[in-house]
Write a new protein. Structure first.
Lengths: 264, 70
């Protein structure tokens, strides 16, 4: 576990990374990102349609926020698609960071572990700083880390589901077995308590989008997630008390009135 | 696709058929708003290569711009 939150050598003071999609309008996106205190935002590339207005406004708003950009390869189903999109992103956004998404199933948008490894290997060799969106499979994460992915982004649940942590054992095991990797839980969180939960486990950060953007009040929810991430991190650093299956009185027993030490 | 003549080339531009009067990639690009990035037949074309890139019939050209993403 790293004392600072670093992404490929870049220190971020906020451990919350937000997406830029699905907000009711661009102004709310901007406010939510600002109020969250996040320092990095995800975004993507799609075919330019000159008849559709709004793309330029989005780009201007994002640039005005002066956040670190984390482009994704969302929607890619092949290694070549992901590599090409990553290369286009690097040129356009001027960053080596790439959130590598390679989907293996369209029902739950589960990452394809085999193609993910292949794409990560190519991109790392090409100088990218790869942040793979992956499942919580320990061996997959170990392989990605051994390839050179210093940051891993396992899911908590399928993208956009808001289900929270489906497999806490798997996430705890990842943290335990990969103590030096920067681990960011990406996808599936719905509530600030979910974010707090994974931060309490010792995860380095949280990346989410839908939980904020689809809240009734995205700005307030962004603040709530920010507080939850901070609280979870503090709790992890503080160290939780050990669990036990029986009660222990917190008020001293010694000196309890109405109790006779000897039989009358 | 439109009828092909000696001076035109039919390609797929952002998934739709397009008849171009020039096979030079850089002749096509001014109609797009910056910033954008380019892929030809699924492969990245760096900005430095635009002026050297020729298009041929059936090519698949993608021109992408920033959008919101998670």
């Amino acid at each position: 576990m790293q004392p600072e939150f670093k992404i490929y050598g870049e220190t971020l003071s906020s451990r919350l990374i937000l997406g830029s999609a699905l907000y009711p309008n661009p102004a709310l996106m901007q406010q939510a990102l600002q109020q969250s205190g996040c320092e990095a935002v995800t975004l993507s590339l799609r075919r330019q349609a000159p008849e559709q207005q709004g793309g330029e406004q989005f780009w201007q708003l994002i640039r005005d926020l002066k956040l670190r950009l984390l482009p994704n390869t969302a929607g890619c189903h092949s290694v070549q698609q992901a590599v090409t999109l990553a290369q286009m992103s690097r040129e356009l956004f001027q960053t080596n960071w790439i959130k590598l998404e390679l989907i293996g199933d369209d029902y739950n948008l589960q990452p394809d572990p085999i193609l993910l490894l292949q794409a990560a290997e190519q991109l790392l060799a090409d100088g990218f700083e790869v942040l793979p969106y992956c499942t919580d499979d320990l061996v997959l994460c170990k392989r990605l880390y051994e390839l050179g992915c210093k940051v891993l982004m396992p899911w908590a649940a399928p993208i956009g589901s808001g289900l929270g942590v489906l497999n806490p054992y798997a996430l705890r095991t990842l943290r335990e077995r990969l103590p030096d990797a920067t681990l960011i839980v990406d996808a599936g969180l719905g509530l600030p308590s979910h974010a707090c939960q994974v931060m309490e486990m010792g995860f380095d950060g949280v990346l989410l989008n839908s939980a904020v953007a689809l809240a009734k009040d995205p700005v307030v929810m962004a603040q709530a997630f920010s507080q939850a991430v901070s609280a979870g991190r503090s709790a992890f650093l503080a160290g939780a008390m050990p669990k036990q299956d029986f009660a222990s009185p917190s008020t001293p027993v010694l000196g309890m009135p109405f109790w006779l030490q000897e039989a009358p | 696709m439109a009828e092909v003549t000696d001076t035109t080339v039919n390609i797929w531009l952002n998934g739709k058929t397009e008849t171009l009067n020039s096979s030079q990639l850089s002749d096509l690009l001014p109609r797009f708003k910056a910033p954008f990035a380019v892929a030809l037949n699924g492969r990245f074309i760096a900005a430095a290569q635009y002026s050297d890139t020729q298009l041929k019939a059936g090519d698949e050209l993608d021109i992408v711009s920033p959008i919101a993403g998670g």
